[in-house]
Design a protein around this ligand. Structure first.
Ligand code: CMP
Length: 143
């Protein structure tokens, strides 16, 4: 079954939107298989955002992600990588559709509330980076 990595960023946690964000993925029918509130080290943040290392916003991004706790999650379901990104909305909240998480709550591109893996390969890399196998729960909803 396909899995994706989602992270509620410091702005989502600070603004008390953790429950609202999780509710949307549950309502969509995806299955939560990993969940933890955590402080992010500089090393982990730099590894996670390695693809953006040469971008002008890289340092600010790492500083922000390490500034206060995040909620790291793994979700499972058919087509969950693309499906979760549909629920999340476009990277820039100012152009994200209403009804998406970023469209409804995001403030700007640097405060867009949540990260979601952009492809199945990326999801596998990010899940392995953020979670150990023992932190993930293999289960199937009864309905
Ligand atoms: P995320 O999905 O976490 O992946 C990379 C993040 O970089 C992205 O969400 C944005 O929060 C951030 N980002 C992308 N482009 C910019 C930008 N031009 N300025 C600031 N932050 C950016």
């Amino acid at each position: 079954m396909e899995r994706t990595f989602l992270m509620i960023k410091p702005d989502g946690v600070q603004r008390g939107l953790v429950g609202e964000v999780i509710r949307r993925f549950e309502a969509k029918g995806f299955t939560l298989v990993g969940l933890k509130l955590m402080s992010v080290s500089k090393e982990l943040a730099e590894q996670h955002y390695d693809v953006h290392r040469d971008k002008p916003f890289f340092k600010g991004l790492v500083d922000f992600i390490t500034s206060s706790p995040v909620v790291a999650m793994v979700w499972e379901g058919d087509g969950v990588v693309a499906g979760a990104r549909t629920v999340i909305g476009a990277t820039n909240p100012l152009t994200a559709d209403p009804g998406t998480i970023r469209g409804d709550f995001g403030l700007n591109i640097g405060r867009n509330l949540i990260h979601g893996s952009d492809a199945v390969e990326t999801a596998n890399r990010e899940i392995n980076l953020w979670f150990s196998e023992s932190e993930l729960v293999n289960w199937t909803p009864a309905m």
